[in-house]
Design a protein around this ligand. Structure first.
Ligand code: ZN
Length: 315
């Protein structure tokens, strides 16, 4: 069971700039979907669905049937798509930089996706992504690298949290944690959880392993729910913004978790979101944080769960 899941996880989507060179060797399947330019998005998947049972790269095909089926967009998205440029004055606040929560009710009958970002925080690209989320009034989730948290970048973390986004854990150093001892693993995770608690007052419940590299020592020592996701190599500059946007449109299906990156300078993902989010809203999708998606789908958030989730569809 665990072996199966771990293997599936290894072909899942991955990370990133600065840390990407070593990732590439073990992430060969992630590469083949990014056929450099934009024209079309192939229907094969870059990431393994949690139920995928294949033991190697062929696992990628197991996700297609589920994720290519988009839900009927009979509901209008207009209620959630309000463009919000009027958030300026909040008279009841006592300091100047008040942040208005992106506030909407999730409808269990609507197709729901969770957009997640790895490898922040920073004071630039993270902020630009938050601008887009605010513009379309959708919530998302951020998986932080502990070593990227500093006084400046912490402001984007606080802003994301105040907007209603989830702040989750992507390790302290972004290393291959399947090569670590139990104590090293705990240090990686605790560091981030403590930093996030300091900034937001809330402790993360979800963990995304760097490079989606996992083993049983990690499952035994990380008391959190593991998350993977569907990605399109958006850490590679050669993957165009248009391709990224089309990938999101194509792969969107009820329960899908998208894995994107808010690493510094990743402006193509910002651009892609600005294209894809309004189109997805128009199709009737609603956007949940990762914790909201679990709640909506009735999946328990458990520290002893040995799955790694790319989606909560058809559980
Ligand atoms: Zn990463």
């Amino acid at each position: 069971m665990k072996v199966k899941l771990i293997t599936a996880a290894l072909v899942a989507a991955l990370c990133l700039t600065g840390c990407s060179s070593s990732a590439n060797s073990s992430q060969s399947t992630a590469e083949n979907t990014t056929s450099s330019s934009s024209a079309t998005v192939s229907t094969d998947s870059t990431s393994a669905a949690p139920e995928s049972s294949s033991a190697d790269e062929t696992a990628s095909s197991a996700t297609s049937s589920e994720s290519t089926e988009t839900s009927a967009p009979e509901t209008s998205a207009e209620t959630t798509a309000q463009t919000d440029e009027t958030v300026s004055s909040a008279p009841d606040s006592n300091d100047s930089d008040t942040i208005n929560r992106i506030d909407y009710e999730l409808d269990p009958s609507k197709p729901t996706i969770a957009i997640t970002f790895d490898d922040g925080p920073n004071a630039t690209t993270t902020m630009e992504i938050l601008d887009v989320l605010e513009k379309y009034q959708v919530r998302a989730s951020f998986f932080l690298i502990g070593n990227n948290i500093n006084d400046e970048s912490a402001k984007s973390v606080k802003r994301a949290y105040d907007l209603g986004c989830d702040i989750e854990n992507h390790s302290k150093t972004h290393s291959y944690m399947d090569k670590m001892t139990a104590d090293e693993i705990k240090e990686e995770v605790d560091f981030v959880n403590e930093k996030v608690k300091e900034i937001t007052g809330t402790t993360p419940k979800f963990f995304r392993p760097p490079y989606i590299a996992v083993n049983n020592t990690m499952y035994d020592n990380i008391d959190m729910t593991f998350i993977s996701g569907y990605g399109c190599n958006d850490w590679e500059d050669r993957v165009t913004a248009d391709y990224r946007a089309k990938y999101l449109e194509k792969k969107a299906a009820d329960g899908v978790i998208f894995l994107l990156h808010d690493a510094e300078g990743n402006s193509k993902t910002v651009e892609a979101l600005d294209k894809a989010i309004p189109l997805l809203l128009e199709k009737g999708f609603q956007f949940a944080t990762i914790s909201e998606l679990f709640e909506l789908k009735g999946v328990e958030i458990s520290g002893i769960d040995t799955n790694i989730y790319s989606g909560l569809n058809a559980q």
